[in-house]
Structure formats: structure tokens, C-alpha cells
Design a protein around this ligand. Structure first.
Ligand code: F6R
Length: 363
């Protein structure tokens, strides 16, 4: 049942404020502390984290790496499961291995988990299907409460993965004594405000549709982001490729001049994801290098960012203001909606893109 929407993907995008609220409710108590289900996890003895996943779930891991390192001060290594499983990486004691998977059945992710079993200190998983193989074979399974996801392109599962991972980071930081109660409280307040901010982003749907129409005739599209927005650029490019079949690549903004800028000409839209955070000026200077080569910039930022930097851009999309740390969750929305409307404009099969399966249970 598409609940009045034209596609499951549209329905699942629209469901995000509600399901994120569910996820928050399961992990936030009446106090400000984070409560993990079951036996939980104690990060006091954890020295490093290895995160393994595929596709969109891998990008959730990449985002979480920024959070774990900055907020909880734990070194994190992230890898795609198909590489990790055959590399025979040494696993030191004190390693927490985290596997992220919507379906909980992805063959490579499951194989990577089995490789870590008996070697890592603890095996945790972040899953949407609690009875899945990955959940069952973990010491701790953390559900994301996204509900059934039908569209092949992952949307609500991604934002729920990010939200649960962010709460896990807060728990880790508390256990390790690197997050005072006041700062924890402000993060928790920010989380509680997330569903309504996501709702505001959904109200920009028409602006995203208009921009998507302009994108739909492009042959190649670049996505740029810096810091914790880099994985979001990757996610935006993946969404666009998957459902609109437009060739899209993402780069960390600072990498632009090390090669990809050679691709930029007046035909290439360059989507810049840049909330007005501490790295904004750096990203904007990369964006100006694109404009100097006549690239068609689509700037996605907040009111402050747009007022400072939108002069001369091809198109802009305004996101609501959000506390810096949570910006990746919010900026998933334009990544999803731009891809969605571009695919609709092109008339592709949004929910069942060619050559793709919802759950990749063979390697
Ligand atoms: C992209 C997408 C895929 C999955 C990947 C992992 O929109 O849906 O990249 O994220 O196949 O699947 P799970 O999370 O089920 O392990």
C-alpha cells in the first residue's frame, strides 16, 4: 500500500519524521541518557571500532566515523563488506565490530561478521529486521525501527541508521567520560527536535522537484561535500545513479583540484552540500573554483549559508537550520528527493530500478 503516494519511495521518504520519532523513543528515556536495548554495550573497554557494510549502509558507517572520532574520541575504521571479508584484517583485542544492514541478510556483510566472530571484543549490529541473520549472530543488535522498506533505493532506513548510530556515539562518549552531562543534554534536545526539522525539509519538496527537472537532462553530475557532509555527497550520487541512471560521482570537496575538476564544464551540474558550519568557507571556495570553470552549481545550504554564498549559482535549495552534528541526517532528504524527482522526470522505474535487488543475499 503506497498510502496515496505514487511510489513506495515517495511514501518512505515522507514517513521519515514519524519513524525517526519512533527510533528516538526507543533509545531516549525520560532522563537525558541513551538506553540501548537488551544487555547493551559498555564502551569503557573499547579501544577501536571497525564498521562494515555495503552501499547506503556503508555511507551511514562513514558518517558515523566522523561522529565517533569527534564526539567519543574513538578511532574508527570503515570498510565495504566485500573488501573487508577477503582482506583478513588483523583484529586486536578491544575492537568493537559494528555491522550495519537494513535487511540483515546481505551476504558480504554477514560473511564479514562471521569473520569477526571470536576475534573481536564484541559484535554489534544496526539492523532494520530484528529476526535477521546479522541480528541473530551479533552480541548486541540495535534495531532502527524504520518499518518495512519496499523501495529498492534505501531512504528511511538510512536516516534511521544515522539516528541510531548518533545515539550510539553519545553512549560511547558518556561511557568513556568524554561528554559532560550538559553537552549530552544539548545533543539529546537536538535529537528530539529532529522529526520536526525533517518535516520542514519535506516542505521544500517543490523546490527540489524544480531543480530535479533541470538535472534530468544532465549526462554527468558531481556531488561535493566536506567533513561529515562527504558521505552525504556519496549517498546523493548513489541515489541518483540507482534510480535515474544518470552518471553521478561524489568527491570530498578538497579532492576536487586533485583530478575531478577536469570534468567540469558548462554541461556539468555540481551539487554542493554545505550547511553553514565550521567547514563552510572551505567548501564555498571549492564551489567557486567550479563556477570559475562555468560548472552549474546547485548549492544546498541553510538561509545563512545561502545568503553568504548563493550569488551566481545555477540553483539553490534551502534547508532549515540544524545543530551542526545532525546535519547529515537532514541533508539525506535533498539527496533522496533530488534523485526521486529526477527519476520521475525521466520516467524510470523508481521502486524497481533495473538490475537491482532489495536484498543482496548472494555475493
Ligand atoms: C542503496 C541501497 C543499497 C543497500 C545495500 C545494503 O539505495 O539500498 O546500496 O544499502 O545493498 O543493504 P542492507 O542494508 O540490506 O545490507
Amino acid at each position: 500500500d503506497k498510502g496515496g503516494h505514487k511510489h513506495f519511495m515517495a511514501k518512505e521518504i515522507a514517513e521519515q519524521p514519524g519513524v525517526l520519532g519512533q527510533a528516538l523513543q526507543h533509545y531516549l528515556g525520560t532522563d537525558s541518557e541513551i538506553h540501548l536495548p537488551g544487555a547493551g554495550l559498555d564502551f569503557a573497554g573499547i579501544e577501536r571500532i571497525t564498521m562494515v557494510a555495503c552501499g547506503t549502509a556503508f555511507y551511514a558507517c562513514l558518517t558515523a566515523k566522523y561522529w565517533f572520532e569527534q564526539i567519543a574520541r574513538i578511532p574508527v575504521e570503515v570498510d565495504v563488506a566485500s573488501e573487508y571479508r577477503y582482506r583478513e584484517p588483523p583484529i586486536t583485542k578491544g575492537t568493537l565490530a559494528i555491522f550495519v544492514s537494513q535487511s540483515g541478510e546481505t551476504a558480504d556483510t554477514l560473511a564479514a561478521l562471521r569473520y569477526c566472530a571470536g576475534k573481536a571484543e564484541k559484535i554489534a549490529s544496526v539492523v532494520n529486521v530484528p529476526e535477521s541473520s546479522i541480528a541473530r549472530e551479533s552480541d548486541v543488535a540495535l534495531p532502527i525501527y524504520a518499518g518495512v522498506e519496499v523501495g529498492v533505493a534505501s531512504t528511511k532506513a538510512f536516516t534511521c541508521q544515522l539516528t541510531v548510530l548518533f545515539m550510539l556515539v553519545l553512549k560511547a562518549a558518556r561511557d568513556r567520560g568524554v561528554l559532560d552531562a550538559g553537552t549530552l543534554d544539548s545533543h539529546v534536545q537536538a535529537l528530539r527536535g529532529l522529526p520536526s526539522i525533517i518535516n520542514q525539509a519535506l516542505e521544500q519538496n517543490a523546490a527540489m522537484r524544480d531543480t530535479a527537472y533541470k538535472l534530468s537532462t544532465a549526462r554527468d553530475v558531481l556531488f561535493l561535500g566536506r567533513g561529515q557532509m562527504y558521505p552525504l555527497a556519496l549517498e546523493g550520487a548513489l541515489k541518483l545513479k540507482e534510480i535515474s541512471y544518470i552518471h553521478a560521482e561524489a568527491y570530498a570537496s578538497g579532492e576536487l583540484k586533485h583530478g575531478p575538476i577536469a570534468l567540469v564544464d558548462e554541461e556539468v551540474p555540481v551539487i554542493v552540500m554545505a550547511p553553514r558550519d565550521a567547514l563552510f568557507d572551505k567548501t564555498v571556495s571549492n564551489m567557486q573554483e567550479v563556477m570559475a570553470r562555468k560548472g552549474k552549481v546547485i548549492l544546498i545550504s541553510d538561509a545563512r549559508g545561502l545568503s553568504e554564498a548563493s550569488q551566481g549559482v545555477w540553483s539553490s535549495i534551502e534547508m532549515p537550520e540544524i545543530p551542526d552534528a545532525l546535519a547529515p541526517i537532514l541533508y539525506a532528504l535533498p539527496a533522496q528527493l533530488l534523485a526521486y524527482h529526477t527519476a520521475v522526470a525521466k520516467g524510470t522505474d523508481v521502486d524497481q530500478p533495473r538490475n537491482l535487488a532489495k536484498s543482496v543475499t548472494v555475493e
